[in-house]
Design a protein around this ligand. Sequence first.
Ligand SMILES: Nc1ncnc2c1ncn2[C@@H]1O[C@H](COP(=O)(O)OP(=O)(O)OP(=O)(O)O)[C@@H](O)[C@H]1O
Ligand SMILES: [Mg+2]
Length: 238
Amino acid sequence: MPSILSLRNVCSGYGKLQVLWDVSLEAEKGDIIALVGANGAGKTTTLRTIIGLVKPWSGDITLNGERINRLPTHEIIKKGLALVPEGRELFPKMSVYENLLMGARMLRDKKKIEDTMEWVYGLFPILKERRKQAAYTLSGGEQQMLAIGRALMSKPSLLMIDELSTGLAPLIVAKIFDILKRLNREENLTLLLVEQNVKLALEASYKAYILERGRVTISGESNEILKNPEIVKAYIGG
Ligand SMILES: Nc1ncnc2c1ncn2[C@@H]1O[C@H](COP(=O)(O)OP(=O)(O)OP(=O)(O)O)[C@@H](O)[C@H]1O
Ligand SMILES: [Mg+2]
C-alpha cells in the first residue's frame, strides 16, 4: 500500500516553545489512524503542522510522496488534505449553506461546487433541511456534521478531525462515526482522528499513535493496543 501521508522526525512549536519532538507517522491510503494523548500532548499542534498552520521546524512531511513542509495551507488543501478543527470553528451567524461554501473556496467550477454540496447533503440530510439556518441555531451534533461537511467540500483524500466527540452524546458520536466509516469504505477516504476518548478512537481505527509530551511513545495496530493492559490502565482506566 502506498503511503498517502508521512511524517519523518517532525519538530515544531510556537515561538521558542518546542511542542513536537521527532514525530514520525505513516498513513496508507484508506487507513483510519487514531492519534491520542493527554491534554497538551501536542495532538492539535500535530494536525496544524501537517496542514501548514504551524510551520515545522525540522523533519519532513509528504503527501502522496510530495514534500508539503513549506507549502501554504491553501495549497496543501488543494492537494487533498482537509482539517476539521478543534472546537469546529464555524461561522456562527452564517447559514449552513454559506458555511459549506466557505469550504469550497478552492473549487472554481460552479457545477462542481453544487455537485459536491449535494454529495455532502446526501451524507448529512439534516444539513440540507437546515441549509438556510444560521450555524449557531444547530445542535452540537449538527454543528459537528457541518464542520465535517465544510471540510469535505474540498473533496479531500485525507480528512483530519480534531476531537469529534467532545461535548456530544454517545449516540450522535456513533452516528457520525458510521458516516465516516462509510466514506472510508466506499470512497476510500483516509482518516486521521484525534481523540481524547481513547477507547472510541482505538475501536474506530486500524492503527494508532500515542503522543506523550510531544513525542510518539507507542504505535501499532489499534486492536493490539486495546489489548495492552498498561495502555488500557493509563489511558482508558480499569
Ligand atoms: N497558539 C499557541 N501558542 C503557544 N503555545 C501553544 C499554542 N497552542 C498550543 N500551545 C501549547 O502547545 C502544547 C500542546 O498543545 P496542543 O493544543 O497541541 O495539545 P493537545 O494535545 O491538542 O491538547 P488538548 O487535548 O487539550 O486539545 C501545550 O503546552 C500548549 O499550551
Ligand atoms: Mg487539541
